[in-house]
Structures are given as structure tokens and as C-alpha cells.
Ligand binder design. Structure first.
Ligand SMILES: Cc1cc2nc3c(=O)[nH]c(=O)nc-3n(C[C@H](O)[C@H](O)[C@H](O)COP(=O)(O)OP(=O)(O)OC[C@H]3O[C@@H](n4cnc5c(N)ncnc54)[C@H](O)[C@@H]3O)c2cc1C
Length: 267
């Protein structure tokens, strides 16, 4: 009966169970995916355990840390952009245990499993009682995804330099010709010119396509946080000083209108 109740995610029972398991095994590090579920669960568990939590880390490392003549060995360095992406902060919580962090999907490169790293699945009994279930799910309706940028091999993204109707049309045409998905910068999504699900970046999604074509995108750190790991980046921008050229493998200085028209002809 209780097992069935855990088949749907509900905040209170899940956080209580995970808190109990952490208390039992006392791990040094606990990581959550920054999914809707993870973002709900991690702060509840951190609060119950009175330990630190860093959300949306872009890098994790194990290292040593020195503070006020105290040396902390092998602790979790939780690295993420802070202050609107203007600095990259390394956050540590050496005095409390465990160190907890969330990581957004796609932010870190998938690694090949090291066979020397052994892991074990431990099955735990459900220790909750009826009174722990404060809510129950009556019905769940799955929201239909209109676009899945994460699995796209090629993404052609429009920034404010491609936001005029004719330019945006050219971006869409180029994407269609290349069998690519259309992405966007945040201001383009803010204006409703492209669907929010297409927004790439710190507050959008993180993508790793084989090819990313940035059209009229300046290349601010918040956008690059979502596409900087693409295999190949082509940038089209009329400003030769645009920061996007610093991370692009190929840079084309020119207007979106001119360059894409020529690309379409050439294809
Ligand atoms: C907390 C926070 C989170 C954020 N999260 C995100 C995020 O997730 N994603 C994101 O994208 N942004 C995000 N931003 C916004 C970000 O800082 C930038 O403002 C945004 O990325 C700029 O978008 P853009 O490059 O399209 O526009 P602009 O910065 O206005 O750049 C337009 C570019 O187009 C070029 N251009 C103009 N006309 C043409 C033309 N005809 N042909 C070719 N080039 C042309 C210009 O030279 C310029 O480089 C965030 C900001 C904050 C503070």
C-alpha cells in the first residue's frame, strides 16, 4: 500500500525518506538533478539536515580548502555563475555534512564510466507511516513538449540581431534546410518572437549540439553558459567586436540577412 503511494512524487514523503536515508548512511556528498523534482526535494532535505546546498552548479570538483588556519581536505567545490553571471563562484560548506548540490541536465559532459569506480544499489524499506502522506495525486496530466532542443544535432539560434521578421524568417529557413532546430536568446523569447522552450542559456536550457549557428547573438555570458560546449559554433554578427566571436570556431562578420541569404543559395 505504502509502496504504491511512492510511485508518484510528493514532496513531504520523498524528502522525509531521503533525509532518513542520508542520516543512516552519512554520505559526504549528495547530488540532485536540477529537475522540477530535484529543485523541490533538495532544499527540503538540506533544511531538515541543516546543511548547505548550491543550486545549478556548472562544475563540481573535490579539493582542499583553507579558512582561518583550518584545513579542510577532500571537500566538494560547488562551482556556478553568481551575480547575474558576472562572476564564477566556488562555494564550499566545510562545516556541515553532507555537501549538497544540484546540477542542470546537459550542463556537464557525459563521461565514459570508469570500471574502477564501483557503485552499489542498496534497497531500503519504506519507513513512512500513513500520517506522512499529507497529499495524494488525484490525476496527472503530462504537458506536451513542442520542441526538444537537447537532442538536436544542429541548432540555428536567433538573437536580437535576427529579430526583425525577415531575418527571423531566414533563420527558420536555414534551420529547415539543415534539418536543424531553431533556438533563441532570452530577449527574443521575452518578446514572444520564439517560444520560451527554445531559449538557450543560464535561465533557459543547456545544449551540446554538433553544430550551433548563432545568428545576431552578442554572446553574453548568460547565453554562452547554455551553448559554449557545442562541438562547433558558427557566429554571424554585424559587429566584428561582438563577444560571441571569442567562443566561435567560425565567425562571419555581416548582417544576418546578407549572410543567411548567401548560405541558403550555397546550400
Ligand atoms: C540573470 C540573467 C540570466 C540571463 N539568462 C539568459 C539566458 O538564459 N539566455 C540568454 O540568451 N540571455 C540571458 N540573459 C540575457 C543576456 O545577458 C543578454 O542580454 C542576452 O543574451 C542578449 O541577447 P542577444 O544577444 O540576442 O541581444 P543583444 O545583446 O542585443 O545582441 C544583438 C547582437 O546582434 C548583432 N546584430 C544587430 N543587428 C544585426 C544584423 N542585422 N545582423 C547580424 N547581427 C546583428 C549586434 O551586433 C549584437 O551583437 C540573462 C541575463 C541575466 C541578468
Amino acid at each position: 500500500m505504502l509502496m504504491i503511494k511512492l510511485s508518484d512524487f510528493t514532496s513531504v514523503p520523498y524528502s522525509k525518506l531521503i533525509t532518513n536515508i542520508i542520516k543512516k548512511y552519512e554520505p559526504k556528498i549528495v547530488l540532485f538533478g536540477a529537475t522540477a523534482m530535484g529543485r523541490d526535494l533538495a532544499p527540503r532535505v538540506a533544511s531538515a539536515l541543516k546543511c548547505g546546498l548550491t543550486a545549478d552548479c556548472t562544475e563540481l570538483k573535490i579539493g582542499d580548502y583553507k579558512f582561518k588556519k583550518k584545513n579542510y581536505k577532500n571537500i566538494l567545490m560547488q562551482i556556478r555563475p553568481a551575480f547575474g553571471g558576472n562572476i564564477i563562484a566556488t562555494i564550499v560548506s566545510p562545516e556541515t555534512s553532507p555537501s549538497m548540490a544540484t546540477v542542470r541536465e546537459g550542463v556537464m559532459k557525459k563521461q565514459i564510466k570508469n570500471p574502477q569506480c564501483k557503485s552499489e544499489i542498496i534497497h531500503e524499506e519504506n519507513s513512512l507511516s500513513e500520517s506522512d502522506y499529507l497529499t495524494s495525486i488525484i490525476e496527472s496530466i503530462e504537458k506536451e513538449k513542442t520542441v526538444d532542443l537537447k537532442s538536436a544535432n544542429i541548432i540555428v539560434s536567433a538573437g536580437m540581431g535576427a529579430s526583425a521578421p525577415a531575418a527571423l524568417n531566414l533563420v527558420k529557413k536555414l534551420a529547415k534546410k539543415l534539418g536543424a532546430k531553431v533556438g533563441s536568446s532570452r530577449p527574443v523569447a521575452d518578446l514572444g518572437l520564439l517560444n520560451r522552450e527554445r531559449q538557450v542559456g543560464q535561465t533557459g536550457i543547456t545544449v551540446r549540439p554538433n553544430l550551433y549557428i548563432a545568428c545576431g547573438i552578442s554572446g553574453q555570458i548568460q547565453h554562452c553558459a547554455g551553448m559554449g560546449e557545442a562541438n562547433r559554433i558558427i557566429a554571424i554578427n554585424s559587429d566584428p567586436e561582438a563577444p560571441i566571436f571569442k567562443i566561435a570556431h567560425y565567425g562571419i562578420v555581416g548582417t544576418v540577412e546578407d549572410v543567411i541569404t548567401k548560405m541558403l543559395k550555397a546550400i
